[in-house]
Design a protein around this ligand. Structure first.
Ligand code: FES
Ligand SMILES: [Fe+2]
Length: 447
């Protein structure tokens, strides 16, 4: 671009506009459109290991809550402040059934109903009229999930096919980030950042192959959307698809994938939910998956995976000194520095932001549909024993003589994505076979 075609520089003085937050997508408190939408889905709220003998304060979707396990082993999630006169139930006494407020002994069951109102007689109208705010909790593989929506619309608890991967173990983890949930979530549909942030700006932070410039496309799925990243790696083509499971879950492939060997439909290394604590803090909670298939070079480290910790760089403030984070920033630095709530109105989105724009559009559409009284779609297992998902890596050989270029890569990515999407009613083994057949049967891209 010649200087004559550029706008004049030194324009800081003129940047005086006060822009509004995109409240429809970023504000999550009770009664907000996005908060209502997120409340229609099961959300992880804590790791099982965090729940000891004492009640635990948690803040989710802008609500102050107390999580506890009663004497009969049932997890409860109640509004923090007692319905009587507001003392915090974090000081409550855990009972065989429910919890007793420390101040005047009001005793609540895990559904918030009063079992005994302290010194009030059992026939007191208090017992008939008062109920503490409470949410249903479901414990699943080391995580505690809660449902914050209308109780009469309680959805089935979804189990995803990635949880059924053979020869795979999993470990729960959580990471807290001081910024709005959407900047963390939409990062997963911003694959160009992998090239810039994780390969060029900071040196190679994940697999070296992820630093190869990729062809990127996007597709809607029954669960939300995927991005399709297609890269040439020596004589091979690597096609990665990354899931956004609406409203706020994500699946990503092997962290250090190098696409060294052909493979078909290798599944994901992580299933995680970006759960708003409130408008300006997020807790990412999920599982890291481990299997030899996902980690050919032995770089995964389950020891580092847990509470506020994960085995790859750039995910929290405490993991490295500030100067190092300045020299080699990671996702945490990029996302948090977009402001506590990124202001969409001040952005200058470009062609490489197509995935972010698409994800925001999908979310906005669902939020508006719910506000208009339409039901929200829940993850559908289509009659299978788990909800099919769309995250995978496929690597195949490309004839040496004929190196893939732009359109070849685009076509290869589409072929894999079509097969991944078109096989979602099949059992996992059949789905892998279908993919192998489809990709292998396409002439040039023989496995
Ligand atoms: S404030 Fe809880 S019983 Fe009185
Ligand atoms: Fe990243």
């Amino acid at each position: 671009m010649s200087n004559a075609t550029r706008p004049p520089g030194f324009q800081g003085y003129h940047r005086t506009r006060i822009a509004q937050e995109d409240a429809e997508l970023t504000h999550v408190g009770p009664g907000t459109p996005c908060g209502e939408y997120l409340r229609r889905y099961w959300q992880p709220v804590a790791m099982t290991e965090e729940l000891g003998a004492l009640p635990r304060v948690v803040r989710i979707l802008g609500e102050d809550l107390v999580l506890f396990r009663d004497g009969s082993g049932r997890p409860g999630l109640l509004h923090r402040h007692c319905a009587h006169r507001g003392a915090s139930l974090e000081y409550g006494i855990v009972a065989e059934r429910g919890i007793v407020c420390c101040y005047h002994g009001w005793h609540y069951d895990i559904d918030g109903t009063i079992l005994r109102a302290g010194s009030e007689p059992p026939e007191s109208p208090v017992c008939r009229n008062v109920v503490q705010g409470a949410y249903p909790v479901h414990e699943h593989h080391g995580l505690l999930f809660a449902y914050f929506g209308p109780p009469e619309e309680l959805p089935p608890f979804p189990v995803f096919d990635s949880e059924r991967m053979p020869d795979t173990t999993r470990k729960p983890f959580s990471l807290t980030t001081p910024c709005n949930w959407l900047q963390i979530y939409e990062n997963t549909q911003d694959p160009i950042h992998v090239l810039h942030l994780h390969a060029r700006s900071s040196g190679v932070q994940f697999g070296a192959a992820s630093g190869i410039d990729q062809v990127i496309e996007y597709r809607d799925t029954p669960l939300g959307m995927i991005n399709i990243q297609t890269r040439p790696v020596d004589d091979r083509v690597w096609v990665r698809t990354v899931d956004s499971i609406l409203p706020n879950a994500n699946q990503t492939g092997a962290i250090w994938e190098e696409a060294e060997a052909p493979k078909t439909f290798q599944r994901c290394a992580m299933l995680r939910w970006m759960v708003p604590v409130d408008d300006t803090a997020t807790r990412t909670i999920g599982w890291r998956f481990f299997s030899p298939r996902l980690d050919l070079r032995g770089q995964d480290d389950p020891e580092q995976v847990g509470r506020e910790s994960i085995d790859f760089v750039g995910q929290s403030e405490g993991e490295r000194p500030y100067e190092e984070r300045q020299r080699q920033p990671g996702d945490y630095e990029a996302q948090v520095s977009q402001r506590p709530i990124a202001i969409h109105d001040l952005e200058h989105r470009a062609s490489s932001d197509a995935g972010v724009a698409r994800l925001r559009r999908l979310l906005r559409r669902r939020i508006r549909a719910l506000a208009a009284g339409e039901p929200v779609p829940q993850p559908d297992p289509f009659g299978l024993d788990a909800v099919p998902t769309y995250c995978q890596d496929t690597v195949f050989r490309w004839p040496e003589s004929d190196r893939p270029v732009g359109e070849d890569l685009r076509a290869a990515g589409r072929r894999v994505a079509d097969a991944v999407l078109g096989s979602d009613r099949l059992a996992p083994e059949q789905r892998e076979a279908h993919l192998r057949e489809t990709v292998g049967g396409s002439g040039k891209t023989a496995l």
